[in-house]
Design a protein around this ligand. Sequence first.
Ligand SMILES: Nc1ncnc2c1ncn2[C@@H]1O[C@H](COP(=O)(O)OP(=O)(O)OP(=O)(O)O)[C@@H](O)[C@H]1O
Ligand SMILES: [Mg+2]
Length: 343
Amino acid sequence: MPGIASAIRNVKRAIQRPFFGRQTARQPRLSRADTLPPGAVSSLQNYPSRIGDYTIDRQIGSGGFGLVYRGHSRATDKYVAIKAFHEGVAPEFLHREKDALFALEHVPGVPTFEEVITEGNRQYLAMEFIPGETVDAQLRTRRLTGAPFTPTETRDILLNVLAIHQGVYGIKNEAGQGMVHRDLKPGNIMWRSDSRQHVLLDFGLATHEKKSVDGDLLCAEHVRGTPAYMAPENFRGFSAHLGSEFYAVGIMAYELLTGRTPYRVNESRLSNGAMFNMYAKLHGNKKFPALPLDCNLEGQNPLVVQSIINHFVSKLPTKRPRDHREAMRIISALAPRDLGEIR
Ligand SMILES: Nc1ncnc2c1ncn2[C@@H]1O[C@H](COP(=O)(O)OP(=O)(O)OP(=O)(O)O)[C@@H](O)[C@H]1O
Ligand SMILES: [Mg+2]
């Protein structure tokens, strides 16, 4: 039944896409005016043979923002990834990603910025091409055999992500506030086949954390992220911060170990003003879903694994890890070298 299979695939893709919401001071509002509805086909679907000085040889990805092509420069004999934003996407997102890549130039595990290409009234973002596959693609392959990542593999992936993220967060603005990614998820992490290292992609939502001088969270001007990975306080209109990044790490831990995210979010149901409804539906007074009983934990105590995840996904941001050091220490316990240490 290809019809049903493709409908299921479309819903699954919609769940994984980020949304871009604008909010007023108190009541967050969602608007998808600057993106395409899930499942819509962009006019960029037939890819061009050239963009700027690059020959395009294939499409390498697609997402909520646009399509990504591989381009080759004859002059430098170098491959680049070229992000072509969907026609309705505000130019702000291209410039935000460009500025972030520029600022992150010396941070390991982030693609280097190449150039912004302007052709007619369209702009494209060219960056270092990363050979390999996303962790999401790896997870999909594993789902076919029914075996998601082991606790050891999950630990290693998340330790790598946290190490990259520490570098990202180390890039401060004038107010001394660190950069946050705001869309941490397996689809934005690549396993680089040449150097066998992880790379963090997709800085289209990156911004600097905003907190009051006392460290209190502030209302966000825009509420953005991928719902399945968003922290409850973000749904309630507070801006992204280190704690909400750690929340996404906790969701990823659950997903890598079980093959699915703890919350199934049908993003297509979102409309203006729907964020509080989604907050109530996903979070409200509900407890975080427990790990399924059939989860293969390599003999690791399920209660220990659950408590590690719970630490990251606490509804209270103050109960999540305080800094990267603490986050890494807790994630390391997913598969301690000596299991006796934590039992
Ligand atoms: N520099 C790169 N090198 C290789 N592949 C890349 C690169 N950048 C992006 N891709 C591929 O393109 C896909 C989409 O890229 P990206 O996540 O930046 O777009 P997006 O539209 O913001 O996605 P989404 O909205 O789903 O988060 C990635 O999952 C990856 O497969
Ligand atoms: Mg992405």
